[in-house]
Write a protein that binds this ligand. Structure first.
Ligand code: ADP
Length: 369
């Protein structure tokens, strides 16, 4: 089997996993890069450490997770100098995310010059959303000049989970419609029709859509104008507030849903409201995507919250029986793969995601391995 190394470089961390086929040979996390007492001084030192700690004999591919592929990268792409320049040109679209991936790519290409490298974009799976689903009704000349549109993220996860769901149902992917709910620190919903993304909740950045750990999700843009004009906040401060101090953190002071659930169980009204806002937003998107898809075979929950919280799964889909959607309390509490009652028109399932395996597989496929 061919070996593939998957690298997920963030601004202060590098996650890695080495695959032999679908099996994991080694994995790890280098954290607090560049901080005093951190695991490594910079990305170069981090990657050097991974390579000395890991037996890379027979390595056939390196797959890099890249958050933003802009309008042009619509599938996993073998990296050369032209590709890195094009990813660099997308930095204004993803100033927080793409620079770290680029530095990981640069160092890995230097340290492993003979191993082909592939960029796998979080946005690429959503390239199939039709124009009406990615266009916002703003001045078209501004949108076109500044590349303003919905791109969507978590694509590797939505791709993996929707395919896996079809396989659990024993149905061909091409004939299966799924709503995937990726609920982690970041959270997004996706409508997948016959294996292709046709709608997703995140927008130009991962800020849009569902309520997240520290991000607001969807808000009226006037909130930004108001905070600037009336509250006198500088634009950077507003951005920080809406991306790092909003979501569950903004509502309750804690971004970890487990803490919110504990406080809700103790009867704290603030925690109850946060839970209701969080789950209601999910239900609103499920309703929207039922309408987008027309026919839904399954709804799949994934990522930290989706895989682990029966409360969120149950409440997000409550009251939808007339639409063919129901959750069996005992199956839900047990975390079964199928949590809907037998014979339900829409299957509801819990499907653990594996973004790294998907990146490894897409990287090998891009290289014809
Ligand atoms: P990331 O988006 O960083 O990959 P994860 O998918 O690991 O995050 O999800 C992390 C979140 O999952 C945590 O913030 C936590 O709120 C939530 N989570 C993890 N386990 C549970 C659980 N047992 N019950 C509820 N929420 C959980």
């Amino acid at each position: 089997m061919t070996r593939a190394l998957v690298l997920n470089c963030g601004s202060s961390s590098v996650k890695y996993r080495l695959f032999d086929g679908a099996g994991t040979v080694a994995k790890g996390l280098i954290e607090r890069i560049g901080e005093s007492g951190g695991d490594a001084a910079d990305h170069r030192a981090a990657l050097q450490r991974i390579m000395s700690d890991t037996d890379l004999d027979g390595l056939a591919a390196v797959g890099h997770r890249v958050v933003h592929g802009g309008p042009e990268f619509t599938s996993a792409t073998v990296i050369d100098d032209a590709v890195t320049s094009r990813i660099e040109a997308l930095i204004p679209l993803a100033p927080l995310h793409n620079p770290a991936a680029l530095s990981g790519i640069e160092v890995a290409r230097k340290l492993l010059p003979d191993v082909p490298q592939v960029a796998v974009f979080d946005t690429a799976f959503h390239a199939t959303i039709p124009p009406a689903g990615v266009t916002w009704a703003i001045d078209a000349s501004l949108a076109s000049r500044w590349q303003i549109r919905r791109y969507g993220f978590h694509g590797t996860s939505h791709a993996y989970v929707s395919r896996r769901t079809a396989s659990l149902l024993g149905r061909p992917v091409a004939d299966t419609n799924v709503i995937t709910l990726h609920l982690g620190n970041g959270a997004s919903a996706c409508a997948v029709q016959g294996g292709q993304s046709v709608a997703t909740s995140m927008g130009m950045s991962p800020q849009g859509g569902l309520v997240m750990g520290t991000r607001s999700g969807e808000i009226d843009p006037t909130v930004v104008f108001h905070l600037h004009r009336v509250a006198g906040m500088p634009i950077e401060e507003i951005e920080r507030s809406l991306t790092r101090q909003a979501g569950l953190l903004g509502l309750t002071g804690e971004n970890d849903l487990r803490a919110v659930l504990r406080r809700r169980a103790e009867g704290e009204p603030v925690a109850k409201l946060a839970f209701d806002v969080y789950t209601r937003r999910i239900r609103e998107y499920v309703g929207a995507y039922l309408a987008v898809l027309g026919r839904v075979d399954a709804i799949a929950f994934t990522a930290g919250v989706g895989e682990n919280s029966p409360d969120v799964r149950g409440e997000s889909l409550s009251g939808l029986e007339a639409l063919g959607i129901a959750v069996d309390p005992a199956r839900n509490a047990a975390g079964d793969t199928f949590i809907s009652p037998d014979g339900s028109p829409v299957a509801v399932c819990v499907v653990p995601t594996d973004e790294e395996l998907e990146i490894a597989n897409q990287s090998r496929a891009a290289l014809g391995l």
